[in-house]
Design a protein around this ligand. Structure first.
Ligand SMILES: CC(=O)SCCNC(=O)CCNC(=O)[C@H](O)C(C)(C)COP(=O)(O)OP(=O)(O)OC[C@H]1O[C@@H](n2cnc3c(N)ncnc32)[C@H](O)[C@@H]1OP(=O)(O)O
Ligand SMILES: N[C@@H](CCO)C(=O)O
Length: 359
């Protein structure tokens, strides 16, 4: 069940101000008396709070990892998932109404991952959680988990950073920028103030296509689609370069773009993408090693071996910068970056052994 917590006003890292912030979250299990069993799960770029299914609800995106009897056992742990500040799954974001009842749109301020951590720390206060047993997440969720451990040392006992880096790389920023422009160049974007008109679904769909290619490996796309034409459409090849049907991979990406545009707000997509582009755990803290020097948390770092967006080497660099020796657990999956969602059971055993064994 989606719940909402009013956390008050928030001054943001780059100077913006939000007068009245509400965070949407879901929770599973029961907080124990000394509040030592709380686990925070951070979603990725387009994920929601719906990590795991409840009694009779729809599937969660990490059902394989979180639930009764699972590694993150909701019979033993109090699990919380928060929609990131600026998102579109219930928390205050660009599509929310301001005090005058107008959507924030283009006036919504720049939000960094550190801002989202500070907001979530207020939620933790309201929930009576002084320190998380574990904070974990993949991709943007990994950046959020890492920032939690550094921004709030002492409030994170264990931290799992999956398929994520210490800082967004030039290439990650470059792919992000192409996605931002795809949205901003959609005539329906209207500078971000489109809530009373048509939404920029074409731009958002194109952004998702660009992103989705980076989330999958070359080998997966080749294996699944090759040069196949999309079934039941005009044949390819003989009719080129005139009217033609689509390659199957084009049809697949069109589907992915349409699907995302049907469930996500373009301004939130921009905001969260920019937040991720700004991710740099060392910003204002010296080197990465210096930034991590005082973290108290025990770390679990994982990467996907076929990830061409968040390279395994970057996870190794992050692990090497931690004060305590930490291996990188490798998820072996041909799919690419999305392997942290599709093959998550591969981190279940090591996470159970390291973090979630019997209390
Ligand atoms: C409220 C909410 O929805 S919360 C948000 C849920 N999502 C998240 O949390 C984000 C994380 N999840 C994801 O990114 C994805 O769901 C993943 C990575 C876990 C799985 O990716 P998917 O896109 O589902 O898997 P996959 O790559 O196999 O694509 C399957 C889809 O492509 C479609 N497809 C496959 N081949 C083709 C083709 N040639 N032409 C058109 N469509 C195609 C399938 O029909 C299927 O469609 P469906 O998703 O509408 O059922
Ligand atoms: N496919 C995931 C991965 C992003 O890292 C998402 O859309 O959130």
């Amino acid at each position: 069940m989606l719940r909402h917590a009013r956390i008050g006003s928030l001054d943001l890292e780059t100077g913006g101000h939000l007068p009245d912030v509400s965070l949407a979250y879901e929770a599973w299990g029961t907080l124990n008396e000394d509040a030592t069993n709380a686990v925070l799960v951070a979603h990725a770029l387009t994920g929601s709070t719906h990590v795991a299914r409840g009694s009779s609800e729809e599937d969660g995106w990490w059902d394989a990892l979180v639930g009764p009897g699972k590694t993150v056992d909701t019979d033993r742990f109090f699990v919380v998932a928060v929609n990131m500040l600026g998102g579109c799954y219930g928390s205050t974001g660009p599509s929310s109404l301001d005090a005058q009842g107008r959507p924030w749109g283009s006036r919504f301020p720049f939000v960094t991952i550190r801002d989202s951590v500070r907001a979530e720390a207020r939620l933790a206060d309201l929930l009576g959680i002084q320190a998380w047993h574990t904070v974990l997440g993949g991709s943007l969720g990994g950046a959020r988990a890492l920032e939690w451990a550094v921004t709030e040392p002492g409030r994170v006992n264990r931290c799992a950073v999956i398929a994520c880096t210490a800082a967004s790389s030039a290439e990650q920023i470059a792919f992000g920028q192409a996605q931002l422009d795809a949205i901003r160049l959609d005539p329906d974007f209207n500078g971000g103030d489109y809530y009373n008109g048509r939404a920029p679904v074409a731009g958002l769909g194109l952004a998702r296509r660009i992103a989705h290619i980076t989330y999958r490996s070359e080998a997966e796309l080749e294996y699944r689609f090759g040069r196949q034409p999309q079934a039941q459409e005009e044949p390819l090849g003989s009719v080129l370069p005139g009217a033609r049907g689509r390659y199957a991979v084009e049809s697949y990406l069109d589907h992915q773009g349409r699907k995302l545009a049907g469930r996500f707000d373009a301004n939130s997509y921009l905001l969260l993408t920019e937040a991720l582009m700004s991710h740099d755990v060392a910003r204002g803290r010296g080197t990465v090693r210096q930034a991590l020097a005082d973290v108290d948390a025990e770390f679990f770092i994982a990467a996907v071996d076929s990830d061409r967006l968040y390279l395994p080497q970057q996870s190794s660099d992050l692990a090497a910068a931690l004060p305590r020796t930490t291996d990188v657990h490798m998820i072996s999956a041909p799919i690419g970056h999305d392997g942290f969602l599709t093959d998550v059971e591969q981190i279940g055993v090591p996470l159970r052994e390291r973090f979630f064994g019997e209390p």
